[in-house]
Design a protein around this ligand. Structure first.
Ligand code: CP
Ligand code: NVA
Length: 306
């Protein structure tokens, strides 16, 4: 049995397999073909934080595959009243076939996995966002016909999404440059791990130098969920780290612009860019659905083989 807690739980071959499954089921859905490979299976979805894309796409994905998804707001289950994560995992994993969890503290999803009889998927923690990254890679492959030998440039806060992208770039063989202001660099632990995996990663404060010859420009909110108390300071500190038209002009002419969403126009990205021709953000968001189905099929098939 395998979990997906960090994107680094997957090898390059695993990622290729998941992207191939995703592309296949995306095509089947377009043609109206029904794939009920998860018939009679149930997914539990624990959410400590808000979500639009992750929640809806996992729930619809499970339904599309003939299964059933149960939304578990952490305030509505006993975990919100102090039942331990360990006991919760032991109990609900005896009912469910897989669990996704969006948590504040990364350790919570690690603990869930450590006590679960079924695969646990990190649906975003303060450290990583692996399901997002698989949809991102699917999108990059669709636009660039490959996911290696590209220059991937992150702009802004070196946050949870950035950490997972740093690892992903190392695994698939993409050069990664993270342009972040002082104090907002990605966690050193992730940079070290990416380098151990053979990744070529540069962290710089020079956003213009970073954007040179970029194939992909990617950004995310300046204030992540859980960082609201620092909002005012963050907006000040990150104000120069915006994807706008003048940054786009430095990148390759066929650069694609990505954002995991939700977006704040005129903060981390201008409306002109996110709603312009280089932006692939809505295809990227749609690909959450296909990627999530592929993750479920990949992890549950693994389990069935054992
Ligand atoms: N990108 C992403 O995870 O979106 P949600 O917070 O809406 O799930
Ligand atoms: N970095 C953001 C991503 C939201 C999908 C957050 O953690 O809030």
């Amino acid at each position: 049995m395998r979990h997906l807690i960090s994107i680094a739980d997957l090898s390059n071959a695993d990622i290729t397999e998941i992207l191939d499954i995703a592309a296949d089921i995306k095509e089947k859905r377009r043609k109206g073909k029904i794939t009920d490979l998860l018939k009679n299976k149930s997914l539990g979805m624990i959410f400590e934080k808000a979500s639009t894309r992750t929640r809806v796409s996992f729930e619809v994905g499970m339904n599309d595959l003939g299964g059933n998804a149960i939304y578990l707001n952490s305030n509505d289950i006993q975990i919100g009243r102090g039942e331990t994560v360990e006991d919760t995992a032991k109990v609900i994993s005896s009912y469910l076939h897989a669990i996704i969890a969006r948590v504040y503290d990364h350790e919570t999803v690690v603990k869930l996995a450590g006590n679960s009889k079924v695969p646990v998927i990190n649906a975003l923690s303060d450290e990583e966002h692996p399901t997002q990254i698989l949809a991102d890679l699917l999108t990059i492959r669709e636009y660039k016909n490959r996911i290696s030998n590209l220059k991937f440039v992150w702009v802004g806060d070196g946050n949870n999404v950035c950490n997972s992208l740093i690892l992903a770039c190392a695994i698939v063989g993409m050069e990664m440059v993270a342009a972040c202001p002082k104090g907002y660099e990605p966690d050193e632990k992730y940079i070290r791990k990416a380098r151990e995996l053979g990744g070529v990663i540069t962290v710089t404060q020079d956003i213009k130098e970073a954007a040179k010859d970029a194939d992909i420009l990617y950004t995310d909110v300046w204030v992540s969920m859980g960082d609201e108390d620092e909002a005012e300071q963050r907006i000040k500190d990150l104000s120069d780290y915006q994807i706008n038209k003048s940054l786009l002009d430095i990148a390759k002419p066929d650069v694609i612009v990505m954002h995991c969403l939700p977006a704040h126009r005129e903060m981390e990205i201008t409306a002109e860019v996110i709603d312009g021709p280089s932006s692939v953000v809505f295809e990227q968001a749609e690909n959450r659905l296909h990627a999530h189905k592929a993750i479920l099929l990949f992890l549950l098939d693994q389990k069935e083989e054992e």
